[in-house]
Every structure is written in C-alpha cells, then in structure tokens.
Design a protein around this ligand. Structure first.
Ligand code: ZN
Length: 71
C-alpha cells in the first residue's frame, strides 16, 4: 500500500494475511478482507500455547539491560 504525500509515496510495511494472503498493514489488528485476527493486535488469546508476548520479551530485555548496567 502506498500513501501519496507532497514528496511522493510512502510505503507501509505489509505482511500477507496467513488466511487469505491479502497484504495487511503490520499495525492492523485484523485482516480487512477476511477478518482474520493478526498477532500484533490479539491480546489474551486463550487458544494459543505459550504465554510469551512481544511486550513480555521487550520487558525482559529491558530488565536484563538495566541489571547489567547497574551491576
Ligand atoms: Zn485475510
């Protein structure tokens, strides 16, 4: 997807929908074509295994950096 601006076009990061292959913005919560919920927008999905979320990983990395920095 391209957005036209005064300076030209800006390309957004798109990922193909795993269900229908429709290119979907990485910031979208679900596929606009088939409605398939995407990973970045789903929260508390009890149907999936593993409890490590993106922000959980980010938080762990930040804590690790802080621990090393103040050691
Ligand atoms: Zn889709």
């Amino acid at each position: 997807m391209y957005f036209q601006t005064k300076r030209g076009y800006i390309r957004m990061s798109l990922l193909p929908c795993p269900e229908c292959g429709n290119p979907v913005s990485t910031k979208a919560f679900s596929c606009p074509k088939c409605g398939n919920p995407l990973g970045s927008g789903t929260k508390g999905d009890s149907g999936k295994r593993g409890g490590i979320t993106f922000w959980g990983v980010v938080g762990a990395v930040i804590v690790a950096i802080l621990i090393m920095a103040f050691d």
